[in-house]
Design a protein around this ligand. Structure first.
Ligand code: LLP
Length: 431
């Protein structure tokens, strides 16, 4: 997080809270979220995109407190499930500022969204349009919808988090014609108010070129829609996906530059197609909560493994692993690490930070240089752990999920408590 410093004892301090104190108070592993960092990134998006709506993507990290921060900073919230809707609403996010996503929303989720007055539902298939209309008829509701489209962009990111190429589960194809058919279908529905087109090309993207292609193709679709119906679509959402720096190899563009590039592309395409500028929105998740969070682990064992050529690697085992951060195992995601409880003059040596799970692939950081004297009881901090770590956590090997604490002005406060073994035991209701 911003404002992370080392104090005169060499301890890493986040938002005024030394991580040693955080570890003592809350145990390890623990995720620490710097409240002011989260809020300042939210504000940065609002400042960079002053006329746009910013929907924070709750899948990255969502608790009631996080929903409240997002609401207080003037953001909306992108939710995908009943659970995310419930937490967002419980945190005080107005239903009108929620956007409901998902490629397989249940009848129950749709009904709940309509009853609560969720601001927009992003439809993903013809089946869902029919299902939504039925729910509107049954409950006497109207729904404001966007159509999620597949723009055919090959986003430069990991296959599992790229979502605009044709051969994947999300969206309706522009080139295949389904997107236009779906827009016209929603437009002519008695029960639906069509807001516009939604495109999300993928995640952890650094190059705005993919967005440029998505803007061109969605605007061309908007113009085809106008030709078909005589009406212009009022809104366009470009999704999330703004990359963050996990290691020094990652170089995200400043939010202001991204905004300027987007504005230019939008203006250009509006002129090219003779369209009015639509009302615009984006859905950043990781870029708001990712850098605001750091995970803290305690070292349990240190082992030196000899490699070929006389080299060696230090295996540093920590008290968490793939159950609290699946991203390295799932996407080959890279992180950095720092010794958090002290500084060291020892020579940096090639190390691998691994977890405690029964699996060889339980690697948090494949290659990292850490001081040669890292030892049992030391604390390891992993920055960038605010996004998609706790939200994708599992109980693999019956490990209770770690807590999430927020930090501000030197004080920490739990927002998600640590699971206990009793929690896990209570779920086991068989003999
Ligand atoms: N909007 C939509 C429709 C999305 O599907 C997503 C992410 C976002 C916004 C937010 O994307 P962000 O700005 O956070 O990149 N678990 C993966 C990322 C999957 C994201 C899925 N959808 C990871 O850990 O990298």
């Amino acid at each position: 997080p911003r404002g992370t410093v080392r104090d005169d004892q060499g301890r890493i301090v986040v938002a005024g809270a030394p991580l040693t104190d955080v570890a003592r108070e809350h145990g390890t592993p623990v995720y620490v979220i710097d409240e002011e960092d989260f809020r300042s990134r939210a504000r940065e998006f609002r400042t960079a995109f002053p006329t746009w709506d910013i929907y924070y993507a709750g899948k990255a990290l969502l608790t009631r407190r996080v929903a409240r921060w997002a609401a207080e900073e003037g953001l909306g919230l992108d939710v995908t499930t009943m659970g995310e809707m419930r937490i967002a609403l419980a945190g005080g996010m107005p239903a009108a500022r929620l956007g409901l996503h998902g490629n397989n929303k249940s009848d129950e989720e749709i009904r709940f969204a309509l009853e609560q007055g969720v601001g927009r539902i992003i439809v993903d298939s013809f089946d869902e349009i029919a299902r939504l209309e039925r729910a509107c008829v049954d409950g006497g509701h109207r729904a404001r919808v966007m159509v999620r489209v597949t723009t055919g962009v090959e986003a430069h990111t990991h296959e599992y988090i790229a979502t605009a190429h044709e051969d994947q589960k999300f969206g309706m194809s522009i080139t295949g014609g389904q997107a236009l058919t779906a827009l016209v279908r929603c437009h002519s529905s008695q029960y639906l108010d069509l807001a516009g087109i939604h495109s999300h090309i993928g995640s952890q993207i650094f190059d705005t070129h993919g967005f440029e292609v998505a803007i061109r193709r969605t605007m061309r679709l908007a113009s085809q829609f106008r030709t078909a119906t005589g009406v212009e679509l009022p809104e366009l959402d470009l999704g999330g996906g703004f990359g963050i720096a996990y290691t020094s190899a990652d170089t995200p563009e400043p939010t202001g530059d991204i905004a300027a590039a987007f504005e230019e592309m939008i203006d250009h395409e509006c002129r090219a197609f003779g369209l009015q500028r639509p009302h615009l929105s984006i859905e950043p998740g990781r870029a708001i909560c990712g850098p605001a969070g750091v995970a803290v682990y305690e070292v349990g064992t240190v082992k030196v493994v000899d490699l070929e050529g006389g080299r060696s690697r230090v295996y540093i085992s920590v008290d968490g692993g793939m159950s609290d951060n699946i991203r390295p195992a799932l996407y080959a995601a890279e992180y950095s690490a720092a010794l958090a409880n002290r500084t060291s003059d020892a020579e940096p040596v090639l190390s691998r930070v691994v977890g405690k799970h029964c699996e060889g692939g339980d690697i948090l950081i494949r290659d990292v240089f850490l001081p040669a004297d890292v030892t049992i009881g030391d604390l390891i901090a992993v920055p960038g752990s605010g996004a998609y770590a706790r939200s994708m956590a599992s109980n693999y090997n019956q490990i209770p999920k770690p807590p999430v604490v927020s930090a501000k002005d030197g004080a920490t406060s739990v927002m998600l408590r640590r699971e206990t073994l009793d929690d896990l035991m209570r779920l086991d209701v068989g003999e």
